[in-house]
Design a protein around this ligand. Structure first.
Ligand SMILES: Nc1ncnc2c1ncn2[C@@H]1O[C@H](COP(=O)(O)OP(=O)(O)O)[C@@H](O)[C@H]1O
Ligand SMILES: [Mg+2]
Length: 264
């Protein structure tokens, strides 16, 4: 299979139904290498379904997707070697210490010096002091940081974070944001899913809104802001927030009833 793409993730016409329930009805987007891409959608929108398809855990009914240049169905093994996935529920082992968790994963991934890998990651994720403690004693934010640290062992080119901050308190959320930002500055491509508009606004280079099985908006925050109905922008002195854009685009109840389609 020839690589004709420079995108880290390329999604074309992906469809997926569960029995009679259509969840994805033709999803398209690209993610630039080394960027943070936020897939924004309400609970049940199909975010996890899409992440499972992109990480080869689930087959699409139609459409194609390539991750790190490899087709997710034809080259699933190559895709798996290029990615890591952390879900909403941390995969850390409670009865092990933070360091032991890291060493375990480093061994599984055939790292030459698991202890050194573990210590470097503890340092990078500000867990050095906690490294010798059982994970059972960690806060939610510390667990999630450890989880992300574990997912980086082996240096995947692309990392999928499925609702990385759901269930965390605001302080822990900001903590995780810092970690995610740091990933991208080192060149890792990050696709994260979120229900939080603010999270997408804070973190993402590009934001796609998944609704009714399709991407209804895709762009930088500035581009999405320009999609707001002109009539509304005129009366808004401050820059519109992503929440205002989201409400306008999804037709949820606001003082503005126009959508971009209405303008044409
Ligand atoms: N294995 C499954 N079997 C049947 N329905 C499912 C399954 N997984 C998810 N769904 C349904 O598909 C829809 C999308 O789910 P999901 O991808 O988990 O959304 P999100 O992650 O955005 O909350 C939901 O209506 C959910 O109930
Ligand atoms: Mg989900």
């Amino acid at each position: 299979m020839t690589m004709t793409t420079t995108a880290a993730i390329e999604v074309r016409g992906i469809e997926k139904s569960y029995d009679d329930l259509p969840v994805l009805r033709g999803v398209d987007f690209d993610v630039v290498p080394g960027s943070i891409f936020a897939l924004l959608g309400a609970n049940g929108a199909g975010k996890t379904t899409l992440v499972r398809i992109l990480s080869t855990l689930l087959r699409p009914d139609a459409g194609t997707a390539a991750v790190h240049g490899y087709d997710v169905t034809a080259d699933a093994q190559r895709v798996r070697e290029s990615i890591s996935l952390t879900g909403q529920f941390a995969a850390v082992d409670e009865i092990l210490t933070g360091r032991e968790n890291l060493v375990l994963v480093a061994r599984l991934r055939h790292q030459r010096d698991p202890g050194t890998v573990a210590d470097a990651l503890l340092e990078r994720f500000r867990l050095t002091d906690a490294g010798g403690r059982k994970v059972a004693t960690y806060s939610g934010g510390m667990r999630r940081r450890l989880d992300i640290a574990m997912s980086l062992i082996g240096d995947p080119a692309v990392i999928f974070l499925d609702e990385p901050t759901t269930g965390l308190d605001p302080e822990a959320r900001i903590d995780v944001w810092e970690v995610v930002q740091e990933l991208a500055t080192r060149g890792t491509t990050v696709l994260l899913t979120t229900q939080y508009l603010e999270e997408a606004e804070q973190l993402a280079d590009r934001i796609a809104i998944l609704r009714d099985g399709r991407i209804i908006a895709d762009g930088t925050l500035a581009e999405l802001k320009r999609m707001l109905p002109a009539a509304k922008v005129e009366y808004v002195e401050k820059q519109p927030t992503l929440e205002e854009i989201f409400l306008a685009l999804t037709g949820a109840r606001t003082d503005s009833t126009t959508t971009p389609e209405d303008r044409s």
